[in-house]
Design a protein around this ligand. Structure first.
Ligand code: ATR
Length: 277
């Protein structure tokens, strides 16, 4: 029998996860595994989860927009998912829901040699991606400064994270204030610069980049965002977000299959799938 996994969301047609996971199954000779797209409208989430699990033969699923918060009510969210308020991976054998976006970001930063323990980091944004980033960075020992267009939203996010995950090493500032600090890393968790708005950047014109800073852009389409080009032009380094996407997938792969994921294979498959879009 085929062990099925997949991604639920609405819509899911643009997901590159099938390409990534199916390439991994093929590379490891796992012929009895298959990753499928499973479109699920938001109003029938609990029924759909039950059908996928009990009748569809699914071992587990990834969860994407707009269902990441909603599925929390129908699974057993682990500590990380509860703190972030979003689930992106479910294991139907245990019904545990977790959030591998955090692992994706921290693993990819580590793979690029970025030190987090004792560092000072600016997180741009206060949506779901920012919440996962602040959680992961603070837990890895960084001091976090959150900068967001709507400051109040950032304050609410940090208040939530303090209560849910005891995160105390984070603060909200303006970009001007934050950029003057001894910051070694900036993580863009806004959607600014995402295709097709490739000529937009979340970095306010005229604010100098901290000296020698590294920018991690969670936006991976285009491969080189305007923000990445700006920081490089100012003597800093830039890392695109495709590695985070691949590594959150790799973490989900390991949860379902109990095997180490072939990260390089998944990376190449993701790149190829993106190029075709
Ligand atoms: P996600 O869940 O993917 O993080 P989101 O919840 O829509 O997406 O959050 C998007 C983030 O990008 C928010 O922090 C948003 O800022 P606001 O809280 O002020 O809305 C930020 N963002 C989106 N468009 C922006 C823009 N043009 N300029 C600055 N920030 C922007």
């Amino acid at each position: 029998m085929t062990n099925k996994v997949g991604v639920i969301g609405w819509p899911v047609t643009h997901s590159i996860s099938p390409a990534m996971h199916n390439a991994a199954f093929q590379a490891l000779g796992m012929r009895d595994w298959q990753y499928e797209l499973a479109p699920v409208p938001p109003d029938i989430v609990p029924q759909s989860l039950r059908i996928l699990r009990d009748e569809g033969g699914f071992i587990g699923v990834n969860v994407t927009v707009p269902l990441k918060e909603k599925v929390m009510h129908y699974v057993l969210p682990d500590e990380r998912a509860r703190a972030i308020g979003a689930v992106n991976t479910i294991d139907f054998r245990t019904n545990v829901g977790t959030n591998t976006d955090v692992i994706g970001l921290v693993d990819d930063l580590t793979a690029h040699g970025v030190m987090l323990q004792g560092s000072k980091v600016i997180v741009l944004g206060a949506g779901g991606a920012a919440r996962a980033a602040v959680y992961g960075l603070a837990k890895a020992g960084a001091t976090v400064i959150v900068v967001n267009r709507t400051q109040q939203k950032a304050q609410v996010m940090l208040a939530d994270l303090t209560i849910s995950a005891n995160i105390r090493s984070a603060d909200v500032k303006t970009l001007d204030e934050a950029a003057e600090e001894d910051v070694s890393l900036v993580v863009n968790c806004t959607s600014v610069g995402l295709w097709p708005n490739v000529d937009e950047s979340p970095w306010i014109t005229g604010v100098p980049f901290p000296k020698g800073v590294t920018v991690y852009d969670t936006v991976y389409r285009p491969e080189r965002t305007l923000l990445m080009q700006q920081v490089e032009a100012n003597g800093g380094q830039a890392i695109g977000g495709l590695g985070m996407l691949v590594r959150q997938g790799a973490a989900a792969f390991s949860i379902w299959t109990k095997r180490e994921a072939p990260v390089e294979v998944m990376f190449e498959a993701a790149k190829e799938a993106l190029a075709k879009r």
